[in-house]
Write a protein that binds this ligand. Structure first.
Ligand code: NOJ
Ligand code: CA
Length: 782
């Protein structure tokens, strides 16, 4: 789908008639950054400097409104309030146990005085119009948002219910920076990144769409999505994104390449509005991260800090998940989601289980008597095979897709009632499989593919979550493939963003963790709603050979700034031609896949390949078994977007066995199960099958992961983060000399070497990565 919206906006500073002029500034706690609010002839603007040099030049602020005068001129400055804040908070799951939230704040109150503008009915407004702008300046960036109080100084705000036609916020860059970008799109984020100068975005627009997702709905040849990572010629790393996007459309950016000016471009709803507001209310934070080094951008917690604290009183049910899945079989083409080839068209019963349903006078598809196609992946025997493997190797959970009726005609058909999320196929015994899994210490992960019919998902959601509660599922992977229903909405408009949030809040009431695919890219909301355990919302492993080398070195700078990604790493057989005749070669080595478990933060981490693809390489698979997924400390050793990342992480011991402990609390669950990550950290021998952790002491443990693009690289890694005076056992997984993920004659993704040695905090490891390769190291105190 290709749609160019020819919307020419008269967005200029011509609004600025004669009016008040003022400027007010706030500095970052370390004094290096300064954000200045400027009112120029009544028109709001801002700018941002670091060490006295401009980072964002003079940029316009405000809104165009439907039916009413704009919020961009005729303002007077009423009040400036300043404050500061300094706290350390502790995420439920995260990249580190302690997060510093330290900022200086400036709240600007602006007013369009009575008599200065027209009201909605074209008479003169009889109440003052109040808009506030809250700036929060951190050492690593700026956040600002617009706020609309219901009342100010005891007087009702003229703004009550109002509709945005356009947000005017600009981000004026100071030069032709290098950027890592994906094209602006109302429906998909599943793109490879393009690295280019800002001035090249227009000419690279067609190329940027190669290999991307579907459906796609663009709006401009210079439109890009956030988080947008840039680097200036002076080596400054600037990242534009947003935080805490709730009840508001997603912000893309549209570039004027002549002036290097980005303007906020909100995803419209079906009626074309870009925000339906009701005071008191506020927009999301607009964020500009500024760092001297690429590694500092990975260390930044700007987006999380701008989100509200946890909204849940009880978070005891939220835990990290390392999982496998009956999934890659379908993605690779080895098996199918659908159970039968009998039905070109499926009609589901709106009252499942009631064959006499009177709601619709229709024939419903009878799966009980359908002929199985013999390729259905989610069958009892296959699911049991995966449960056995996952349990044997100390995983927490197993995802099964294609368990519920309706997959015969789900894709691209734009069906409203596409799934009921309740009725299993005849060969998927839901109660028995859950019991089988629980008795082995494994949870099953539910799958809800909404097929982008949000209306239908909401129709069934309560019943679907109840079914999960009944059988002991505590995590769901949801999906939004296809054209959004209600029709004419995009994936990131305000009403659909509200749907994603509704699903999270309702899930929390049921103690369910959510991993949404194709939903809006996250903006740090998992601080407030930590049951948002994962998201895809970018091009993940499912794109196989279409993923460019280096893609995974960019995602932590962009997509992951907003929250963890269910990237689904761990493909040990990347030559897909060995699975199906049409398969092509994926561009990575086995060690590259190992490195991803550390370079990518996600408390929900998959080992995505088939058991039979791990069997020949169980010594390398050991790293996936041993690695943790929730962290006490993270150290970003080397990074450059598009090139490489090397990260070291120390596990958070308190959450290591939480998933396994949770299974033990189920009536049919196995007690005292040991996750393999716990086994590694506590040095529990393989001969011990159940264990009580109460009086045991964990060993100081670290993991290091490295990944590279198509270029081989070598890094010297100083282990000076280890405790001095202690000796550690290191297991080092590196690409073999002849390993390569380049799909030409040199292709050898399978070659690796495993070295075991004693190290201390004084050791430096020299580790080489092959083209499209990587490495992984586990370090445990003796
Ligand atoms: C797209 C998701 O990203 C993928 O993981 C899933 O298997 C399919 N949709 C089907 O739901
Ligand atoms: Ca997807």
């Amino acid at each position: 789908m290709k749609k160019i919206l020819l919307t020419l906006l008269l967005l200029t500073t011509a609004f600025c008639a004669k009016g008040q002029t003022a400027h007010e500034s706030v500095k970052s706690p370390d004094g290096r950054m300064e954000a200045t609010f400027l009112l120029l002839d009544g028109c709001p603007h801002y700018q941002l400097t670091r060490d006295g040099k401009p980072v964002v030049a003079l940029s316009q602020m405000g809104f165009l409104l439907e039916w009413r005068d704009d919020l961009a001129h005729a303002f007077v400055l009423k009040e400036v309030q300043r404050s500061n804040f300094d706290e350390v908070w502790h995420p439920v799951l995260g990249e580190e146990a302690n997060i510093s939230n330290h900022y200086n704040e400036m709240l600007i109150t602006l007013e369009q005085p009575v008599g200065s503008i027209e009201s909605m009915d074209h008479s003169t407004e009889t109440r003052p119009t109040v808009m506030q702008i809250r700036f929060r300046l951190y050492d690593d960036g700026l956040g600002f948002r617009y706020e609309f109080p219901m009342r100010y100084n005891g007087i009702d705000n003229a703004l009550v219910c109002f509709w945005f036609k356009e947000e005017l916020t600009q981000f004026v860059m100071t030069g032709d920076h290098t950027a890592w970008w994906i094209p602006g799109d109302y429906d998909t984020q599943e793109y490879n990144y393009t690295e280019s100068r800002l001035s090249q975005i227009d000419s690279l627009w067609e190329k940027s769409h190669e290999h991307g997702g579907w459906p796609w709905t663009d709006f401009s040849r210079t439109g890009v999505q956030t988080a947008l990572q840039m680097r200036t010629d002076d080596g400054l790393y600037i990242n534009i994104h947003e935080a805490a996007t709730l009840d508001y459309p997603t912000m893309h950016l549209n570039l004027d390449p002549k002036t290097f000016t980005f303007r906020a471009w909100l995803c419209p709803d079906a009626a074309g509005y870009k925000g339906r507001m009701q005071a008191p209310c506020h927009t999301p934070w607009r964020t500009i991260m500024v760092c001297d080094k690429a590694t500092d951008a990975l260390r930044s917690r700007l987006i999380l800090n701008l989100n509200d604290p946890c909204a849940l009183d009880d978070v005891s049910w939220i835990h990290p998940v390392k999982y496998m899945g009956v999934w890659w079989e379908m993605i690779s083409g080895k098996s199918t989601w659908n159970y039968t080839n009998d039905f070109p068209s499926v009609k589901l019963n709106p009252e499942p289980g009631n064959s006499q349903s009177s709601i619709l006078n229709s024939q419903f598809t009878d799966f009980a008597h359908a002929k199985p196609n013999g390729t259905h992946g989610a069958n009892n025997a296959n699911v049991r095979r995966y449960i056995d493997f996952a349990a044997r190797h100390g995983f927490d959970a197993l995802l099964i897709e294609g368990w519920n009726i309706g997959w015969e005609d789900w894709y691209g058909k734009q069906k409203d009632f596409v799934f009921d999320f309740l009725t299993p196929y005849p060969d998927f015994d839901l109660p028995a499989l859950n019991k089988y899994a629980h008795e082995k210490g494994i949870r099953l992960i539910m799958h809800h593919e909404s097929s982008a019919s949000t209306v239908n998902y909401e129709r069934w959601m309560e019943k679907a979550y109840n079914l999960m509660n009944q059988y002991g599922y505590d995590a769901v992977k949801s999906g939004y493939v296809g054209t959004i229903i209600p029709f004419a909405e995009g994936h990131y408009s305000q009403p659909i963003n509200n749907h994603y949030h509704y699903a999270i809040v309702e899930a929390a009431k049921h103690h369910i963790m959510v991993n949404a695919h194709e939903a809006v890219r996250p903006t740090g909301l998992y601080r407030t709603w930590p049951n948002m355990i994962g998201n895809e919302s970018a091009m993940g492993t499912e794109f196989r050979e279409r993923i460019h080398p280096g893609h995974t070195t960019i995602l932590p700078f962009t997509r992951l700034q907003g929250g963890p990604m269910d990237y689904t790493p761990g493909i040990f057989e990347p030559d897909m031609g060995k699975i199906v005749p049409w398969g092509k070669k994926m561009q990575h080595t086995i060690c590259n896949q190992l490195g991803l478990y550390v370079t990518f933060y996600s408390p929900l981490q998959m080992a995505a390949d088939f058991p039979e693809h791990y069997e020949p390489y169980l010594d390398a698979f050991q790293f996936i078994k041993d690695v943790a997924v929730d962290w006490d400390t993270s150290i970003y050793l080397y990074a450059e977007p598009g090139d490489y990342i090397v990260t070291a992480r120390k596990p958070k011991v308190s959450s290591l066995n939480k998933a396994a402990d949770g299974v033990g609390q189920l009536p049919d669950g196995k007690k005292n199960v040991i996750s393999n990550a716990s086994r590694y950290v506590y040095a529990i021998p393989d001969t011990v099958s159940i264990f009580n952790f109460q009086f045991s002491i964990p060993k100081d443990t670290w993991y290091i992961g490295g990944i590279t693009d198509e270029n081989a690289r070598e890094f010297a890694i100083k282990l000076d983060f280890l405790q001095p005076g202690k000796t550690y056992d290191a297991i080092i997984y590196t690409d073999a000399k002849d390993a390569s993920g380049i799909p030409d004659d040199s292709y050898n993704p399978y070659g690796y070497t495993i070295t075991k040695k004693k190290v201390t905090s004084k050791t430096t490891l020299k580790l080489r990565m092959a083209p499209c390769g990587g490495f992984a190291v586990s370090l445990r105190e003796r």
